[in-house]
Design a protein around this ligand. Structure first.
Ligand code: NOJ
Length: 547
């Protein structure tokens, strides 16, 4: 630790600047919890603008903003009431435009989050549909159906909630007797993607944001939009699946790609699919540019499993020519240092529980090594705010929880608030420097200030310093493919280079119980922790070497 790193001058051999997304480092901003500029306890665009120098110094290429639109916040903004505005708690559209431009001046692109599967129940379309009544054209934009049972008192089908662990139905009945479909909360009615107006509207929304200078769009729940119009019961075993990964979706994304291409815009899809071949279909050259790699995120801390995940990721992307993405965390999952400090180091929505013990020192050591692993792999890397500070999952008191996942599981699932707690910027300031006014919307745990940016930024051994150095040194790996090196059991070692014929840097990660010798090298670029007295790489530690 603490070695000097090369300045970010090493050349990458990107074909053109238009290919920036193929190997970008993309920082995820959950605006509500990033920085509170106006002191009302909620993060906002003013807060983000004031911290752009921090993000530039970190060295990221782009920011992905979770939904920032007007929203009743029944699902953290994934219940959108107006796709062309900014929630007043966050700022104004003019301010978003300024932010996009200011970031771009610092070399940082912007990615917005579009939520096409559902809208808020406060969206004008849904309000009109409710008011217009059964049989109206307004209701055709959604999935309204009569109920089953003698009096229509039973939901129209047996589909399960897409909030894993939810015990609640995906249908809600209106006073006029009709039911409407919502794969998430009742405040998030699903749109009918068989309707041309729905398709047209979303293409217009994409244009709206591309016109404002955004470089990319993250697509929420990207594999769920299309529904079998017969809405058959799942118990009947319908094939294809009535609402997951239906073939009609590919037409939707081909049309979106035509819109994006006019602006050099790029997509990243939220596609949770176990089948690699089905996943890769979304990444064909005329569809989405990239999709999140949830198999890597969910993978346990185990050499064989990680290598398998890396190999299968690269193999599934190769035939379609799309770059992989490497994701360790986001606003939906247990924070990395907590996950890696548990007995079960994988991630699974179905097994989340209150009170799971975690060894945070162990988890942090592994998270440091995982940072060097993911930043050395070929493709784009996503970094969730606070991951660079090593924030653990916070224990939010149950009476302060907001997340519908908690409420819709009857209180069994802890929900996702623990990874959404406002960031600590200044250790000794009120609210750890998140904002200088009211209490943050989610409480920060005692001791949160210890993770603050001001504590870490001049500390050569901090995780923030490691991330800064690694992002700066990362071009050493070039843009060439990965080649595995022979390594002892439990150790992963690979090389990459500027092109296929060169080896410019080596990454080694030791997941075995004992220290391991480093492979032959001429220089040490960076390590995630100290080497032992004999220069060996200890357990749960990674190193970047020059050959
Ligand atoms: C995925 C988002 O990441 C999550 O936060 C949200 O609850 C669901 N989609 C529904 O929009």
């Amino acid at each position: 630790m603490g070695q000097p790193t090369p300045a970010r001058t090493a050349t990458r051999t990107r074909a053109t600047d238009r290919d920036w997304w193929r190997d970008a480092v993309i920082y995820q901003v959950y605006v509500r919890s990033f920085a509170d500029g106006d002191g009302d306890g909620t993060g906002d665009l003013a807060g983000v603008r004031s911290r752009l120098p921090y993000l530039a110094q970190l060295g990221v290429d782009a920011l992905w903003f979770n939904p920032w639109y007007p929203s009743p916040m029944k699902d953290g903004g994934y219940d959108v009431a107006d796709y062309r505005g900014i929630d007043p708690a966050f700022g104004t559209l003019a301010e978003a435009e300024k932010l996009i431009a200011e970031a771009r001046e610092l070399g940082i692109r912007t990615i917005v989050d579009i939520v096409p599967n559902h809208v808020s129940d406060r969206h004008p379309w849904f309000r009109a549909a409710v008011a217009a009544g059964p049989g109206s054209p307004e209701r055709e934009l959604f999935h309204f159906r009569p109920g089953r049972g003698a009096h229509g008192e039973l939901p129209p089908n047996d589909w399960p909630s897409q909030f894993v662990g939810s015990t609640e139905p995906v249908w809600t009945r209106l006073p006029d007797g009709e039911w409407y479909l919502h794969l998430f909360t009742p405040e998030q009615p699903d749109l009918n993607w068989a309707h041309p107006v729905v398709r047209q509207e979303h293409e217009d929304i994409l244009r709206f944001w591309f016109e404002r200078g955004v470089a990319g769009v993250r697509i929420d729940s990207a594999a769920l939009l299309a529904k079998d119009p017969a809405l058959p019961d799942l118990a009947a075993g319908p094939d294809p699946h009535p609402f997951v990964d239906r073939d009609e979706l590919h037409d939707v994304y081909r049309a979106w790609r035509r819109v994006a291409d006019a602006y050099d815009g790029v997509f990243v899809g939220e596609v949770w699919l176990p089948d690699p071949e089905r996943f890769a279909r979304y990444l064909r050259p005329d569809e989405l540019h990239t999709a999140f790699n949830f198999s890597f995120l969910s993978c346990p801390w185990d050499a064989g499993r990680l290598r398998g995940s890396i190999d299968s990721t690269l193999a599934e992307h190769a035939p379609v020519g799309a770059p992989a993405t490497w994701v360790l965390c986001n606003h939906d999952v247990t924070r990395t240092v907590t996950r890696y400090g548990r007995a079960d180091t994988g991630f699974d929505f179905a097994t989340k529980a209150f009170g799971t013990p975690a060894d945070l020192a162990l988890g942090t050591r592994r998270a440091r090594a995982a940072a060097l692993l993911s930043l050395a792999l070929p493709g784009a890397v996503y970094l969730y705010q606070g991951e660079e500070l090593g924030l653990p999952e916070a224990d939010v008191p149950v009476d302060r929880l907001h997340d519908p996942m908690y409420f819709r599981s009857g209180g069994a699932d802890p929900g996702r608030d623990g990874c959404r707690v406002p960031l600590p910027w200044t250790a000794d300031a009120p609210h750890a420097g998140f904002g200088s006014g009211e209490e943050p919307w989610l409480p920060q745990p005692v001791g949160w200030g210890a993770y603050a940016v001001d504590r870490q930024q001049h500390d050569a051994d901090s995780l923030l310093t490691l991330y800064r150095r690694a992002i700066a040194a990362r071009p050493a790996f070039g843009t060439g493919p990965l080649t595995w090196l022979p390594a002892p059991e439990g150790v992963l070692a690979f090389t990459r280079g500027r092109d296929e014929s060169r080896t410019d840097a080596i990454c080694v990660l030791n997941l075995a119980a004992t220290p391991t010798e480093l492979p032959p090298h001429t220089g040490l670029l960076l390590t995630s922790g100290p080497l032992d007295d004999t220069g060996r790489l200890p357990r749960d530690t990674a190193a970047w070497l020059t050959p």
